[in-house]
Design a protein around this ligand. Structure first.
Ligand SMILES: [Zn+2]
Length: 405
């Protein structure tokens, strides 16, 4: 997808890490950069690519952006990019928020930008960057690159194969509204848009609240997700033109790897050796593949994990931030061991008791003795097939189970 023949006037531009936790947003920096490009440059479909959720230097949503550009004169484009980098992007370096609302360690922004025209890039780099931690030394060599850590995400966004994809139309607020956490997006129009078959995660079905507007002070007014490009754009335009939606300074529709499950490998089959429910409801399953964690926020996943017993066989999928630990994102019961009980006494209806190993059973009332008998009743799982966390506790990358294709 990104291999370019020598002499072609097309190439790929990637950008990442222009935002700290509180300020800025890589999508907005990118929007402004695209707006600034000389007229001789044709802008193709921009892309928003989510990466390894546990990356050390990750930005807020851990998303990088890229776009294919076509130009008559690469040198004019590169001169422009050099200037734009120095004036607008490099100065964002070192921005860091002082808020403590997020418990994770905060790294200052370390923007990076890459340009690939002659050089080709293997999409295996994308897979690596969405499924594991990647270091700066691991990135393929770009034809031109600027900045620091952000080059990792920028390169991965260029390398994305886009085999599975969805769309997100993002609208940004004017600069005088940046920093404010309140946003007004017309609820009534959002209802209409949410009812379209192609849109997804516009509203939280459990809470009935909108999910298109971020909560923080960043420049994004809303991001509207859909499975096709036209719906994403037209629904976003409908939202923007609604009277109760506040003004926006721009709208772009991105192809994204959201809802693709690209961060997951193949499901693992495991036999449960132990189930431990921690306080707050987190559940730890001990399996032959290590510890599988179902967090309390994970809804049905947690409920199903808590129901399991040693001997049950399950399929699970998730990501491993450290070796031997899987954070469950999907779980399914393959088989469950039955409940076992001693039979009732034929004479008096009292439950028989074991006399000890190999000693058979005895009625505690009439002392009638029988052999070592168990009655088995099947345990029926609370869910018949795969479960995943509720919409608001899912990763951007997680594919909804109800999508069968
Ligand atoms: Zn009895």
């Amino acid at each position: 997808m990104t291999s370019i023949q020598c002499g072609d006037l097309v190439g790929w531009l990637g950008l990442d890490d222009t935002d700290s936790l509180e300020e800025g947003c890589t999508t907005y920096s990118f929007h402004l950069l695209l707006q600034s490009l000389p007229d001789s440059v044709t802008i193709k479909t921009p892309r928003l690519v989510r990466l390894w959720p546990f990356a050390q230097h990750r930005t807020r949503g851990n998303a990088a952006v890229a776009v294919e550009l076509e130009t008559e004169d690469e040198s004019i484009l590169l001169e422009h990019l050099d200037r734009y980098w120095n004036n607008h992007l490099m100065p964002l370096r070192g921005n860091v928020s002082t808020s403590n609302h997020d418990e994770r360690k905060q790294y200052p922004a370390d923007p990076g930008m890459v340009w690939f025209s002659e050089s080709s890039i293997d999409d295996s780099f994308y897979t690596k960057a969405v499924q594991s931690e990647v270091q700066l030394v691991d990135i393929p060599q770009a034809d031109r690159s600027w900045g620091g850590q952000g080059r990792i995400g920028a390169t991965a966004a260029v390398a994305w194969h886009g085999k599975k994809h969805t769309w997100e139309a993002i609208a940004w607020r004017p600069s005088n509204r940046h920093g404010q956490t309140q946003r007004s997006v017309c609820e009534k129009t959002l209802d209409l848009v949410d009812a379209l078959p192609s849109t997804f995660l516009s509203r939280d079905p459990r809470k009935g609240t909108g999910m298109v507007a971020p909560r923080g002070p960043c420049p994004v007014l809303f991001g509207l997700r859909a499975r096709d490009e036209n719906t994403a754009r037209s629904a976003a335009e409908k939202l923007l033109s609604a009277e109760l939606t506040e003004p926006s300074v721009g709208l772009r529709t991105f192809a994204t790897n959201q809802a693709t499950d690209d961060h997951l490998g193949e499901p693992l089959r495991a036999t449960i050796a132990d189930v431990e429910v921690l306080n707050r409801g987190h559940c730890v399953l001990t399996t032959e593949h290590g510890k599988w964690l179902a967090f309390s926020e994970s809804g049905s996943v947690k409920k199903l994990a808590q129901w399991l017993q040693p001997g049950d066989v399950v399929l699970g999928n998730g990501i491993s931030p450290e070796f031997g630990t899987l954070h469950l994102e999907k779980l399914c019961v393959v088989s469950s061991i039955p409940n076992q009980q001693r039979p009732l006494c034929e004479e008096c209806g009292v439950r028989m008791k074991s006399m000890g190993q190999g000693q058979g059973c005895r009625c505690p009332k009439c002392k009638l003795r029988i052999g070592d008998v168990w009655l088995e009743t099947p345990r029926v799982p609370p869910y018949e097939s795969w479960v995943q966390p509720p919409a608001d506790a899912r990763r951007h990358l997680a594919r909804p189970l109800e999508w069968l294709d």
